[in-house]
Write a protein that binds this ligand. Structure first.
Ligand code: ADP
Ligand code: F6P
Length: 323
């Protein structure tokens, strides 16, 4: 192994830069030449490579986002796109690629490995929906941002005896809503994994007031059947019968743009360094993640064919704790 390339892909996540820094510096320590690919698979297909040295990744461990840039690149899903990506790598005599990203990005990584190229994935997405890592880079920071928002909404909700609905990100996964709902003491949590009748939410809110609570907070995942838009439309349509208003706050991309906390910096640093270590020992098609407190390499073939289950039993606990 003489030369590796690294890219960041899909939704950015706080800690991507820390993973890049660790992979670049440990790669150089192995005696390899290291290249960055700008703007994810888009940059790979169009040959957007830059050499990276120690100083090029200085001062980035504390920065959110990704200094390489990221992109959604539909072309990478096609055979032509993948063939061109491979050609670009081979033209520069790159021996292995490190892909820092989430579910979709690891599908792209797997496609390249199926064409015979060595690829290491690094588990990175705020959604925490990636098989092969109990927790992914960016989750902890995103959770803390969402939680702070929920805490603040609770303050104003209490002052006005109001019901608030907070929508979190997560795509099809309810992890962020479930964790922040429990940690924020929400009166109700709505996630895509479990169908929830809006009448049940209305009842949860009503009971919270009846028990003497000065507020009601509902945390809903964007991917739920009844997300913020759906619930607001339902509550407006039944406003008179239900007897209260629900105000909505959609947290959106603020959850993604934060400065990585210590957990994400450490996780990203360990995963970045381990990706290099596993490539150096000859691994070829794997995702570096954290399982049972250990850094592990899971075959990409397993990563792309399995779904990470969410512990939905925590919803029952949340209901008890909301009493
Ligand atoms: P994330 O990696 O955060 O889940 P996306 O799902 O948007 O984000 O995926 C990022 C990129 O990965 C896509 O824009 C595309 O370039 C590539 N990708 C996604 N799915 C596939 C696939 N099935 N095959 C090849 N490449 C894919
Ligand atoms: O995958 C990360 C994520 O932030 C999801 O939670 C969300 O559904 C999606 O990306 C938003 O994508 P975009 O930034 O392209 O709007």
């Amino acid at each position: 192994m003489n030369r590796i390339a690294i890219l960041t892909s899909g939704g950015d996540a706080p800690g991507m830069n820390a993973a890049l820094r660790a992979a670049v510096r440990t790669g150089i320590d192995q005696g390899w030449e290291v290249f960055g690919v700008q703007h994810g698979y888009q940059g790979l297909i169009s040959g957007n490579f830059i050499p990276l040295g120690h100083r090029d990744v200085g001062g980035i461990i504390q920065r959110g986002g990704t200094i390489l840039g990221s992109a959604r690149c539909p072309e990478m899903k096609t055979e032509e796109g993948q063939t061109e990506a491979l050609r670009q790598l081979r033209e520069r005599s790159v021996d292995a690629l490190i892909v820092i990203g989430g579910n979709g990005s690891q599908q792209g990584a797997y496609a390249l490995s199926q064409l015979g190229f060595s690829v290491a994935g690094i588990a990175s997405t705020i959604d925490n929906d990636l098989y092969g890592s109990e927790i992914t880079i960016g989750v902890d920071t995103a959770l803390n941002i969402a939680l702070e928002a929920i805490d603040r909404l609770k303050v104003t909700a209490s002052s006005h005896q109001r019901a608030f609905l907070v929508e979190t990100m997560g795509r099809h996964c309810g992890y962020i809503a479930l964790m922040t709902g429990i940690a924020g003491g929400a009166e109700a949590i709505v996630i895509p994994e479990i169908d929830t009748d809006p009448e049940v939410i209305a009842e949860d809110i009503r009971q919270a007031y009846q028990r003497g609570k000065p507020h009601a907070i509902v945390v809903v995942a964007e991917g739920a059947k009844y997300n913020a838009n759906g619930l607001i439309a339902y509550f407006q349509a039944h406003r008179e019968r239900l007897g209260f208003d629900l105000r909505a706050t959609t947290l959106g991309h603020v959850q993604r743009g934060g400065q990585p906390g210590v957990f994400d910096r450490m996780l990203a640093t360990r995963l970045g360094a381990s990706a290099v270590e596993f490539l150096a020992r000859g691994d070829q098609s794997f995702l570096v993640g954290l399982l049972g407190g250990q850094i592990t390499a899971t075959p990409l073939s397993e990563v792309v064919t399995n779904e990470k289950p969410l512990d939905v039993s925590l919803l029952d606990l949340a209901r008890v704790l909301a009493q």
